[in-house]
Design a protein around this ligand. Structure first.
Ligand code: ZN
Length: 310
């Protein structure tokens, strides 16, 4: 066995990790390394030359010592690597921002603002703001290519449990309008979209399906009447009759999307306890984002950081 260098921990090949904390610390030991990374990723691949908007051509740039910026050697134009990113107007250290992205991408079920506050040593308000910006701006997958292939579609309801009485109408039936509608679509073996909808009306639901699923797809749903008529727009529509206690009939089922909903609900319950309707979409983004990258060879941290650099 070769001697092990204890001063240089290496990630075990058999580890599930794609990027360990030691690798993070080596890549981003300080604020300057984070700024350099943004500079190279956003403007100057070689760290030296970038497109100068004033000269309208590639020019050598030099680091300005007093500010987090680089200046054009020819015209003196400043380029700020944090301009237009979520880090731009923040007084929080860049390294703490990067470490927050690292922590969020490392967990399976998410991290609470309270824990982020403890890990980073920032105020609760700052931790909460960072978490929200990362969730809402970096983890939003809604704009990607529409889903296709075999796509399961289902809806679920979030919240309202503590005030169950208030959710019932005079006849004692559950008034679903008072709970948040979470609408989910998932490609079997592929990507998921989860959206907080204002209501579960037919028009709203069908617009979502039309926006996010290509017509050359096979749709799987339950027998809810709202889903009627999808066979006219899609190559096929198979429905499972949950009312008759049938859950799987050959390949006709909605187990994949129900599995995602289960994961999300357990995660929210375990990590965040209660989520108000106002912030629900951010949490949905987070769970969908993680699910969509479960097979990526790239570390979740780098995929978050690259999104931040867009
Ligand atoms: Zn210039």
């Amino acid at each position: 066995m070769p001697p092990v260098n204890r001063q240089y921990p290496v990630r075990a090949a058999s580890s599930e990790s794609k990027y360990s904390v030691m690798e993070f610390v080596r890549e981003f030991p300080d604020d300057e390394s984070c700024l350099q990374w943004l500079w190279r990723t956003r403007y100057a691949e070689d760290g030296m030359r970038a497109e100068c908007p004033k000269c309208e051509r590639r020019r050598p740039f030099h680091r300005v010592s007093a500010r987090p910026a680089w200046d054009c050697d020819y015209c003196g134009h400043h380029l700020h690597p944090t301009a237009g990113t979520i880090f731009e107007k923040s007084s929080t250290s860049l390294q703490l921002w990067f470490y927050a992205m690292f922590l969020i991408s490392q967990t399976r079920c998410g991290i609470s603002a309270k824990q982020l506050e403890r890990e980073l040593g920032v105020t609760y308000k700052t931790a909460w703001r960072m978490l929200n910006l990362i969730r809402n701006q970096l983890m939003d997958d809604q704009e990607g290519e529409p889903l296709s292939g075999d796509v399961e579609v289902d809806e679920t309801y979030h919240g309202g449990k503590p005030r169950a009485k208030a959710l019932r109408d005079r006849t004692g039936n559950l008034d679903k309008t008072k709970r948040a509608v979470v609408f989910g679509m998932v490609e079997r073996g592929g990507r998921v979209r989860a959206t907080h909808l204002p209501n579960a009306g037919g028009v709203t639901i069908k617009r979502q399906i039309g926006e996010h699923i290509l017509p050359e797809s096979m749709i799987f749903t339950d027998e809810w009447p709202t889903y009627r008529g999808l066979d006219k727009t899609y190559i096929g529509h198979r429905r499972i009759r949950h009312k008759d206690r049938v859950y799987v009939q050959g390949d006709v089922h909605t187990q994949t999307i129900e599995g995602f909903f289960g994961l999300m609900k357990n995660g929210i319950r375990g990590t965040y306890h209660a989520v108000s309707h106002k912030w629900l979409q951010g949490y949905l983004n987070e769970y969908a984002w993680r699910y969509n990258r479960r097979y990526d060879p790239q570390s979740m941290f780098h995929s978050l950081a690259l999104r931040a650099a867009l």
